[in-house]
Design a protein around this ligand. Structure first.
Ligand code: SF4
Length: 75
């Protein structure tokens, strides 16, 4: 599973960091920072899907593949 975050959409609500702190962080402005773009474990995958649903800005995209070309935001 791969995850992408669009910092242009992010409003710094922090839901992703609270939900999946192993995958998401926030920079000094509160905008989302990806700690990894590949989610290896099913436990993290569940949290990342939850974060995607919780994000108020729809800034997160989760795709099932491992190919860079698949499911990029805006694609
Ligand atoms: S939940 Fe969404 S809006 Fe909030 S910090 Fe994460 S990506 Fe940004």
């Amino acid at each position: 599973m791969r995850v992408a975050a669009d910092s242009d959409r992010c409003v710094g609500a922090g839901q992703c960091v609270l939900t999946a702190p192993d995958v998401f962080d926030q920079d000094e402005d509160g905008l989302v920072v990806l700690l990894t773009d590949t989610v290896a474990t099913e436990a993290d995958a569940k949290l990342v899907r939850e974060a995607e649903h919780l994000c108020p800005a729809a800034a997160l995209r989760v795709t099932s593949g491992t190919d860079d070309a698949e499911g990029q935001p805006g694609a």
